[in-house]
Design a protein around this ligand. Structure first.
Ligand SMILES: *Cc1c(COP(=O)(O)O)cnc(C)c1O
Length: 402
């Protein structure tokens, strides 16, 4: 067994000061950690929003006080993510919808699958499987062709040995005539993420517009959005609280969307009304605005990327330093920087590790119930000091039990 750089008898100190007395280090997969500064500001404004004497939650969504917060969130999102604002295929609308990313699994094909049309899907994990299941149901009832799996890299159920991975180059391409190609940029449960190398862009995915479920890696760094036709993301991982789902959609796709589906499911309804057609999730949109402001104050997406790389690097570094004790079930080039998944030698060893992490003030590390193991979710609001504390604990644990 590898024991990286430690002499017999050498003790390892786990920084006790990391354990903030009343608030655990939060590695929850979603809903997830929110920046402490955001929670404090929210607390301070909770009873009196902007000198109005009312909570933001108590304002009409048609009133000036809320509308200011609403449009400020949108302006921040557009600036921070550098979302193009041109016409047609040179611009994108920002929409706030409800129902979570799970609802988008159905709403995307409802809008973008024309009668007789077909979608292509790339499946790299559990959320992509959910997405194609919903697309099949929509196609069956809305007159589209069954979606085509262009690539699936998900190991068979019970196969613990085959590593999870991205498609190989050229393995996942749409064909001319496909309405769109759907993929999941970060598989939250499986720990597989596209394009994580510094400066990397998405692989060649063929001619059709790319629809991306970015729920767990939106805004993890600067990304050229023109690689995508539509992006959707529940806010509760990287952007804010649950309750709002962000849709970023190219304007020509809004216009091309079906108009024979219910008004409330049409993207154009949200685009034409700045997501104020009906009552939006006002509190969630307000709080997302505070999170975006916090990212700006940290130094924007470049600073967030550096933080995120350091956190993931700390954890993967320990996994790779103790290969006989920790095992990452994902190929090295496909590993997620948002959700680091790893196994210990036995389920009992995993339970012991999770207990010890809990005793050190770390929460949310249990792997998804469908796959087990350990998962450290390292979203934007997770502090680098927490990742360092987890890495130190992992080193200590491997030295003691490995
Ligand atoms: C969390 C998550 C979802 C599900 O989001 P809901 O808001 O619960 O519907 C879908 N896709 C990905 C990639 C996720 O991480």
């Amino acid at each position: 067994m590898a024991r990286a750089g430690r002499l017999p008898g050498e003790t390892v100190t786990i920084p006790a000061a990391m354990t903030i007395p009343s608030r655990p280090m939060n590695f929850n997969p979603g809903p997830a950690a929110l920046p402490r500064a955001v929670l404090e500001r929210c607390r301070d404004e909770l009873l009196d929003f902007g000198g109005t004497g009312l909570s933001v939650m108590e304002h009409s969504h048609r009133g000036a006080a809320y509308e200011r917060a609403h449009h400020a969130t949108t302006a921040r999102l557009r600036a921070l993510l550098d979302i193009p604002d041109g016409h047609g295929d040179a611009g994108y609308d920002i929409l706030y919808v409800q129902g979570g990313a799970s609802q988008q699994f159905a709403v995307v094909p409802l809008n973008l699958l024309p009668p007789g049309g077909r979608a292509s899907h790339v499946v790299t994990g559990a959320w992509g499987e959910r997405a194609i299941a919903e697309a099949r149901a929509v196609a069956a009832t809305a007159g589209g062709g069954a979606p085509r799996v262009v690539a699936s890299t998900v190991p068979a159920p019970g196969d613990e040995r085959t590593l999870r991975r991205l498609p190989r180059p050229g393995e996942a391409r749409s064909e001319g005539g496909d309405a769109y190609l759907h993929l999941t940029t970060n598989e939250t449960i499986d720990g597989v993420q596209f394009a994580t190398a510094p400066g990397a862009t998405m692989p060649d995915l063929g001619p059709a517009p790319v629809v991306a479920d970015m729920s767990s890696d939106i805004a993890w760094r600067r990304v050229d959005l023109r690689q995508f036709g539509l992006i959707y993301a529940g806010a509760q991982k990287n952007l804010g609280p649950s309750g709002v789902t962000v849709v970023i959609i190219r304007r020509d796709l809004v216009e091309a969307g079906r108009s024979d589906i219910p008004t409330i499911f049409q993207y154009r309804t949200f685009a034409r009304h700045d997501s104020l057609y009906n009552t939006p999730p006002t509190f969630a949109i307000y709080l997302m605005g505070l999170v975006l402001e916090w990212i700006e104050e940290l130094g924007g997406l470049d600073a967030i990327e550096a933080r995120n790389r350091a956190k993931a690097g700390a954890i993967y570094g320990v996994i790779d330093a103790f290969p006989g004790f920790y095992r990452c079930p994902v190929e090295s080039g496909s590993r997620s920087l948002m959700n680091v998944t790893f196994r210990l030698p036995t389920p009992g060893a995993e339970a012991r590790f999770l207990d010890e992490a809990m005793a050190h003030g770390m929460t949310g590390l249990q792997g998804h119930r469908s796959v087990g193991g350990v998962r450290a979710s390292l979203y934007n609001a997770v502090e680098p000091a927490w990742a360092d504390a987890l890495a130190a604990l992992m080193r200590d644990h491997a030295a003691k039990h490995g």
